[in-house]
Ligand binder design. Sequence first.
Ligand code: CAA
Ligand code: FAD
Length: 379
Amino acid sequence: MRFEFTEEQLAVRDAARDFAQNELKPGVIERDEKQQFPAEQIKKMGELGFLGMMTDPAYGGSGLDTISYVLAMEEISKVDASASVVMSVNNSLVCWGLEKYGTEAQKQKYLVPLAKGEIIGAFCLSEPEAGSDATSQRTTAVDKGDHYLLNGTKNWITNGGSASVYLVMAQTTPELKHKGINALIVEKGMEGFTVGPKENKMGIRASDTHSLMFSDVKVPKENRIGDEGFGFKFAMSTLNGGRIGIAAQALGIASGAYELALSYAKERKAFGKAIAEHQAIQFKLADMATEIDAARLLCLQAAVLKDQKKPFSKESAMAKLFASKVAMQVTTEAVQVHGGYGYVKEYHVERLMRDAKITQIYEGTSEIQKIVISREILD
Ligand code: CAA
Ligand code: FAD
């Protein structure tokens, strides 16, 4: 398989690179330290079309393909993985899910402002007792005729405090197990909906992760996505694409750390020469470059299949599994190449190493990706 990017794809990549270097890099260390959500930067990303990249322009999006999305995610994640997770959730979980499965009225009301980046969205599947085991939803959506009565708690929700629209999975008919789950559109401000405090995290600290509590929240029937009982399929189908976004995030974290390590290795001198002239450092750089290329090819393979409307759930799981491992390996080695300087904040690689870890956990842990891959292989 040979990838030749189109001029449009390269222009998107360059625009994302410029934005990351000029708008995200200044202040990224401070936002990480202070756990400060990049609100201003996210607003600009919306204006530039980065929050609804794959959405049809008829619904306020940029109408780009998944390859462009991967290229942009890589560039943004090289610099600021907190900003890129906002981008990933809004694009591939919220906008994509609404565009694919929403009604025309839902699209007009919610998708248009989300794709334009005027508001941002959240995807709410995980619960205190249902993370990997996502079919065990405890949140309930009891059918009350013209509305559902929503009760329960979601946790770890990205954009939890800053979103305006939440796609919430909840159980309506427990005896049907996962086929009783519905996906509901919940608006911030609905009576009975409260947002818990922001989580104090190891990495992606500027992103906004919260628990959400629902107590007798009345959600109109017209806010259900898809048919009755479609909610779990909705979540899984949406996550297949979401995992390409997180794979590209992991790729970006790795390639950002690699680029820093490469330039540092050329500058830093030890034993009378640049450390890049020591073979031990050269081999580290060679391993990093090889792993990053392999991760990028897996991301692009999944993106191409998705764009061609072919099955891609195995390939997106493979891309996420592999790229997240590469992100951990490369960022750890990038700190090593920097020596003591790598251990302090101003050289950026310690943050990238902390940010890398989450890519092995969210949107399905590495163990869950192996379950998805092995089931498809054995099927
Ligand atoms: N694509 C499409 N359908 C899928 C699917 C996939 N990748 N995985 C499962 N399904 C379908 C199955 O086909 C099945 O449907 P049928 O009954 O119609 O055949 C149904 O879902 C149930 O699947 P299983 O019987 O395989 O259920 P299971 O309980 O054994 O395992 C699981 C399911 C794959 C482990 C699933 O629970 C899972 O993916 N867990 C991880 C949850 C996750 O990824 N959470 C991410 C939250 S969002 C997030 O994290 C965002 C963020 O950080 C930024
Ligand atoms: P558990 O499911 O309890 O897993 C614990 C360990 O057991 C893991 O290593 C897991 O791989 C392993 N394990 C579990 N089952 C198996 C098995 N069958 N075989 C082998 N190993 C297994 N969720 C959302 O819905 N929306 C979000 O926006 C969101 N954002 C997040 C942001 C952050 C910063 C974090 C930390 C999480 C976020 N999540 C979100 C939740 C995330 O998707 C879950 O944390 C993840 O799916 C794992 O669930 P868990 O934490 O309950 O771990």
